[in-house]
Ligand binder design. Structure first.
Ligand code: GDD
Length: 318
């Protein structure tokens, strides 16, 4: 079993590789660009094959698919930070949509028939009304950022290539996930790192935050990647599935949980630069379709995830 992971150098990709190796599920090929940061995969080097490829370059992707001929593809590479998509919308749309298109076209031209996982997002639902939660897969898509539009594009391309060419594509709408190795631009990791920097005396006990009134449905990354694996083992090609915990947290409550874990005495200040032109106010998913198909169950409680995240930053080499 040859498994290709795009985005292996990132957060979810590196955890998925850990899961596959631990369970001895196959041989992994990951991709990197010449300037990729390899911090998240240092422990994997020598255990996975790394291949240089830029997904925005169709010929590079075709060479990759031709030489690897994967049985499964987990497509996790993306511009994944919502605020960046307002500052660099063209880059976000082209990386996310055209990168995926290049994979589909390469698979078609090389004439292989792998299972393909598509990383859609709960951001696709965007503007969700209070009477629409928990959000099921049939909820309308009302994206509120260029990032969210790019994920709708990826999702719909997955549907279209399944319908047009019978490709075995499973579309996953992943809700928020966090845990060790999360980049410190995302809310839980950002807050955890600020707190740990205070513990280490690297900054004043002042915490900068954005919109604390938003609500998000969080899953531990280690549960999320297990879900990705189940998706290609047990789900229907062409179909779409939410992966989420089915619980939602106010960002302000997550901040309180992190402060409580640390025990630090902290002054919280809103930084206007952290507010978005439009923010998704509530994400609370319905995971019943995915659980029915796969039997997936979460192992990590959210408090444990936050404790592990704080520990990750405490141990992070200076
Ligand atoms: N990043 C950040 N920093 N977010 C903050 C802050 C802050 O200081 N303060 C409040 N927030 C709020 C944001 O406004 C948002 O409502 C929420 O915290 C979560 O923000 P992020 O962690 O940046 O994630 P996201 O929800 O925008 O997107 C993440 O989840 C999606 C799935 O729903 C990303 O992982 C996406 O790639 C993913 O698709």
């Amino acid at each position: 079993m040859k498994i290709l992971i795009t985005g292996i150098t990132g957060f979810a990709g590196s955890h998925l590789a850990d899961f596959i190796l631990k369970e001895n599920l196959g041989t992994i090929v990951g991709i990197q660009r010449w300037r990729s940061d390899l911090t998240n995969v240092k422990h994997l080097l020598g255990k996975v094959d790394m291949y240089e490829c830029d997904l925005r370059d169709a010929s590079s992707v075709r060479d990759l698919i031709e030489s690897v001929k994967p049985d499964k593809i987990f497509h996790l590479a993306a511009q994944s930070f919502v605020p960046t998509s307002w500052n660099a919308p063209t880059e976000s749309l082209s990386t996310n949509i055209l990168g995926q298109l290049n994979i589909f076209e390469a698979v078609k031209k090389v004439k292989i028939d792998p299972w393909i996982h598509i990383a859609g997002s709960s951001e696709e639902y965007g503007m969700v009304f209070e009477d629409e939660v928990p959000i099921s897969e049939t909820n309308p898509l009302r994206p509120l950022s260029p990032y969210a539009v790019s994920k709708v594009g990826q999702d719909m391309l997955g549907y279209q290539y399944f319908k047009s060419f019978g490709m075995k594509i499973v579309r996953i709408r992943g809700f928020n996930h966090t845990g060790p190795r999360r980049a410190p631009v995302f809310v839980c990791s950002d807050f955890a790192k600020q707190i740990v920097d205070m513990e280490k005396g690297k900054r004043k006990p002042e915490m900068f935050v954005g919109n604390l009134e938003a609500r998000r449905d969080f899953t531990d990354v280690r549960d999320m990647v297990k879900g990705y694996w189940f998706a290609l083992e047990k789900c229907e090609p062409g179909e779409v599935y939410n992966i989420c915990s089915g619980k939602t947290w106010y960002i302000k409550d997550i901040l309180s949980m992190l402060i409580e874990i640390s025990g630090a005495d902290i002054e919280v200040k809103q930084d206007p630069k952290r507010l978005r032109p439009s923010d998704v106010e509530i994400l609370l998913g319905d995971n019943s379709k995915f659980i029915r198909a796969t039997g997936w169950a979460r192992e990590y409680e959210f408090k444990q995830t936050l404790e592990d995240l704080i520990e990750f930053w405490r141990d992070f080499p200076e």
